[in-house]
Write a protein of this length. Structure first.
Length: 116
């Protein structure tokens, strides 16, 4: 049980891929009882860590959706040199276009994304 106290580090993506592999392995009919228990133990540990990571980031997503702590930008007119592109080549975006396609502030729950 000394290994259980050791904490592994991995990215969310690595953990999620490993969790999917564990679920796939546990679905095999020839899995031994020992491998089933160890896979289930590791899978539950990964599931817990992945959910905790997502919960910690959810607050940050809510702030972004509410317009808090965003980077600052200054939008300037195009330069008067030959760098301007014709309107026929690229559609110009107007204020009406921006209002018609707002950025959604909804934070999607990712509970359904985890296989456990």
């Amino acid at each position: 049980m000394a290994d259980a106290a050791r904490q592994e580090q991995m990215t969310f993506e690595q953990g999620y891929e490993e969790l999917k592999k564990i679920v796939s392995d546990l679905d095999r009919p020839d899995v031994s009882v020992h491998d089933m228990f160890e896979g289930f133990r590791r899978g539950k540990g990964l599931e817990t860590a992945l959910r905790e990571y997502l919960c910690s980031r959810e607050g940050e997503l809510t702030e972004i959706a509410e317009g808090k702590n965003l980077p600052s930008f200054e939008i300037v007119a195009p330069s008067a040199g030959g760098g301007e592109q014709s309107v026929s080549a690229h559609r110009q975006v107007g204020v009406r276009d921006l209002q018609a396609a707002p950025i959604s502030g909804e934070v999607k729950s990712s509970e359904d994304d985890l296989p456990f």
